[in-house]
Design a protein around this ligand. Structure first.
Ligand code: ZN
Length: 219
């Protein structure tokens, strides 16, 4: 089988570990990890017309419309060297954006991290953060050595304001409604790979690497 370049989109709900898996994959295959959030910040920092528009949405805590998101991505993606491949995280977020991405970049693999809602609630709901050194813990999965206290700096641990059950459930609902349909879109194109994200990080990664090797993606 011919060895293929990794031209990958990774998506999944918050708490699925897609950021971590994306980073591991990019490192293993020595390709750039493209975070949509970083590209947005880059556009805002440049204070371009687009950047200023995006900033207006961001500062009001609003979701930027597809046209604007697509325009920023088109501009910023041109600046990334993707000749050896890439891992893209955080874009596209819906089918409309996926159709736009198809016009600017060839994607040959889309990894969907699947995870039960109740596991997302468990993961995010049990998350604790040190507000001083920003280290993150989990009540059960990664507890601090002393309950409620940061192991690194001794500061008090807190739950993040947006880690409430209600907010997590709202975000999951939005994910299922807006982003999850990407699976159908990419399955039809024959590039979808669904992976069980309901396991520990190293197992998920091993699973991904094994499955994509069979498809001709080798580091
Ligand atoms: Zn700390």
């Amino acid at each position: 089988m011919k060895r293929k370049h990794l031209q990958t989109v990774i998506f999944g709900p918050q708490g699925s570990g897609k950021g971590t898996q994306g980073a591991l994959l990019a490192e293993r295959f020595d390709v750039p990890l493209i975070g949509a959030g970083d590209l947005f910040r880059a556009e805002i920092v440049q204070k371009s017309t687009l950047g200023n528009l995006v900033n207006q949405y961001v500062t009001q805590g609003l979701l930027a419309p597809d046209e604007l998101v697509n325009a920023v991505m088109a501009r910023q993606l041109k600046k990334v060297n993707v000749t050896k491949g890439f891992v893209l995280d955080g874009y596209p977020r819906n089918v409309e954006q996926a159709m736009h991405l198809d016009r600017i970049l060839k994607v040959n693999l889309v990894i969907q991290l699947k995870i039960e809602d109740k596991e997302v609630l468990r993961r995010l709901g049990g998350r604790l953060q040190c507000m001083k050194c920003k280290n993150v813990y989990h009540e059960i999965d990664a507890p601090p050595s002393r309950k409620g206290v940061c192991t690194l700096c001794g500061n008090k641990l807190e739950r993040r304001a947006d880690d409430t059950e209600e907010i997590i459930k709202q975000r999951l609902k939005a994910y299922h409604y807006i982003t999850a349909p990407l699976a159908g879109y990419y399955r039809q194109k024959g590039v979808l790979l669904a992976v069980n994200g309901d396991q520990a990080i190293p197992y998920v990664f091993e699973d991904i690497v094994k499955k994509i090797a069979k498809l001709g993606f080798l580091p």
